[in-house]
Design a binder for this molecule. Structure first.
Ligand code: PLP
Length: 404
């Protein structure tokens, strides 16, 4: 019986053309963005075009150096939860650095960005009596799960729509505790939230703000503090959440906020309390990465330049690129089966790895390629992928934008 249930669940996924196959890769240190692909016909070298290691910091010499040093100094694992023997000095230093990055009093580390959202939002909703969470319609799964676990009332407002948000805020008693939960850069369309306007509504309607800056930390602002850093609005947001695993290139998640809020999450959130803390090696690597990107804007400048160039080149050929206002470059395919075949061809014929993005990551019918140029994807790489996609668009008979 069990076997049948599981195999028919998988058959349903296959039928839709969205059965997930993981590319078996080994990234090659010093040769970013190249990796060895362990494919069905043996090994070959490919160029990765869909990594969230947006700035190549996962191979930066300062980051690797710090990790080697920490490994030799303090060993492999943390040895416990934060409360019981697992607070390593690297955690403490990193939390201070992150608090400073966002101009907040305190920071708190989690084992992933997912966990930081899940644990913090659920704990807030449980702590605030009779709370209502106002959640953007396109919030990440980790925020949705946190809100669900908090068991408070929840109101979903239309994506990035402050008129809709205000209408919904108006309907709730001004004295009830409220949390507005949203992201800065949305990772699939690459659009950006109107943070200052949302914070103004929060003040008007007596709400707290919770902002996921996962796709923006390291990437925007003079110190890499995200869109709030770029726009000078970090002080208006109550809680800024981020990851150490995307632009910072390592692993782990965090929140920064007032000392009282951080003290509460540290004391009440089970996803924080009952899990062994991040390996000190990871904290040391993340610390080096955050410090480097605070001081250096060169990686951000080159990344933005390459994103702009890639969008221009794709548009010249009439390929349906989304002209996002961020560093993310989506190319729409709008069919799960074609999306998968296209990326198979890219890998097999052109040595280019792009993972097809299908439901449930994006809605059905909005299947796409999600390209993530980095400082190391220069003009030659951009030309190579543009030509490859141009040829494949013809081979598959796909639609082009008219302007071209
Ligand atoms: C990736 C992601 C997370 C989770 O971060 P991890 O560190 O990878 O667990 C949270 N929020 C958003 C919007 C994300 O895209």
């Amino acid at each position: 019986m069990y076997q049948d249930i599981f195999s028919s669940a998988i058959a349903a996924v296959r039928e839709e053309g969205r059965y997930r196959e993981f590319a078996d890769l080994k990234r090659i240190t010093g040769r970013f963005p190249r990796a060895t692909w362990y494919g069905p016909n043996g090994l070959k070298e490919v160029t990765v075009w869909c990594s969230n290691d947006y700035l190549g910091m996962g191979q930066h010499k300062d980051v690797l150096g710090a990790m080697h040093t920490a490994l030799d100094e303090t060993g492999a694992g943390a040895g416990g939860t934060r409360n019981i023997a697992g607070t390593n000095h690297y955690h403490v230093e990193l939390e201070k650095e992150l608090a400073d990055l966002h101009g907040k009093e305190a920071g708190l580390l989690f084992n992933s960005g997912y966990m930081s959202n899940q644990a913090t939002l659920s704990t807030l909703a449980l702590l605030l009596p009779d709370c209502v969470v106002f959640s953007d319609a396109l919030n990440h799964s980790s925020m949705i799960e946190g809100i669900k676990a908090g068991r408070s009332d929840k109101v979903i407002w239309q994506h990035n729509d402050i008129v809709d948000l205000e209408e919904k805020l108006k309907k709730v008693d001004i004295n009830r505790p409220k949390i507005i939960a949203f992201e800065s850069v949305y990772s699939m369309d690459g659009d950006i939230a109107p943070i200052a306007e949302i914070c103004a509504l929060a003040r008007k309607y007596n709400a707290m703000t919770y902002l996921d800056e996962v796709h923006a930390v390291g990437m925007y602002g003079p110190r890499g503090g995200g869109i709030t850093d770029r726009d000078g609005v970090a002080d208006q947001v109550d809680i800024i959440e981020g990851t150490l695993a995307k632009a910072f290139g390592v692993m782990g998640g965090y929140i920064t906020a007032s000392a009282e809020i951080v003290d509460c999450i540290r004391s009440y959130a089970s996803g924080f309390i009952f899990s062994t803390s991040l390996a000190p090696v990871l904290a040391a690597g993340a610390l080096a990465s955050v410090r480097h990107l605070k001081a250096s804007g060169e990686e951000r400048r080159l990344q933005q330049l390459h994103a702009k160039l890639l969008k221009e080149k794709l548009a010249e050929r009439g390929l349906p690129v989304v002209h996002s206002v961020s560093h993310i470059v989506p190319v729409m395919v709008c069919d799960p089966v074609i999306c998968k075949s296209l990326t198979d061809e890219l890998m097999e014929k052109y040595d280019i790895y792009v993972q097809p993005i299908n439901y449930p990551t994006v809605p059905r019918g909005a299947e796409r390629l999600r390209l993530t140029p980095t400082p190391m994807h220069g003009p030659d790489e951009i030309d190579r992928i543009t030509s490859a996609l141009d040829e494949l668009w013809t081979a598959f008979g796909l639609k082009r934008d008219k302007a071209a």
